[in-house]
Design a protein around this ligand. Sequence first.
Ligand SMILES: Nc1ncnc2c1ncn2[C@@H]1O[C@H](COP(=O)(O)OP(=O)(O)OP(=O)(O)O)[C@@H](O)[C@H]1O
Length: 253
Amino acid sequence: MGNVILDVAGVDKNFGGLEALSDINLQIEEGTVNAIIGPNGAGKSTLLNVIVGRLPPTRGHVKFNGHELTGKRPYEINQMGVARVFQTPEIFPDLTLLQNAMVPALAKRDGQFNFKILKSLYHEPDILEEAEHTLKDLDLIQHKDQLASAMSRGDKRRLELAMCLVQHPKLVLLDEPTAGMSRHDTNRTIDLLKNIKERGMTKVIIEHDMHVVFSLADRISVLAQGAIIAQGTPEEVRNDPKVKEAYLGGEQP
Ligand SMILES: Nc1ncnc2c1ncn2[C@@H]1O[C@H](COP(=O)(O)OP(=O)(O)OP(=O)(O)O)[C@@H](O)[C@H]1O
């Protein structure tokens, strides 16, 4: 295995009496695309929330490039180079696409974001250039002066991806990046994500759409009832009897 960029070791997460995550061990190699799949309620979102510091684990720890993430605040983790794209786009509806793309770049540079800075956005040539470049990459540049609220759902999701990539994270966590998209938009997003792979960014993707998972992932981890029941290449996971059983009656991977 190459350099382990993310190391999740012995993580448990309890909600009252419910054990949402149980002894999760996951090692993510730098530069790879990793999918986390599993039936509804398996603990996928909880795992992502633990990694990005939104939820403290009950036990265990998470390390990023050898540095402890456990106990750090979400913005500190973000500054270290970990970015997350949410299932529901977290964008600023009353700002233009260009302004939306500048906000995270400024936040990353300055450590925290102050809304007053929006007034001086256009006096930030480096940030402006960076934001335009990212919008171009994601095929959104033609809409740069439109309000985010006016965008289609697919465009909003791509904008959120832009807001993540403008920070040049080392590790991106994507929560169902194609949920609610048409097949056309899904395929376009797969292509965009493949492009990012070429740039060497490490990705962890939670995804229900097996077409997306098998198109993108180098490795797949299968969660069921809070535990990892299988890990491996797409081929290994596809043929694993435990995985077939976990999905019985549901979607076959
Ligand atoms: N904040 C919370 N408080 C209490 N229980 C929670 C909380 N968040 C999640 N859970 C429970 O933890 C379990 C795992 O939920 P989680 O959302 O992580 O699953 P998931 O695999 O992401 O599901 P889905 O595919 O439906 O999004 C579920 O039983 C859920 O009800």
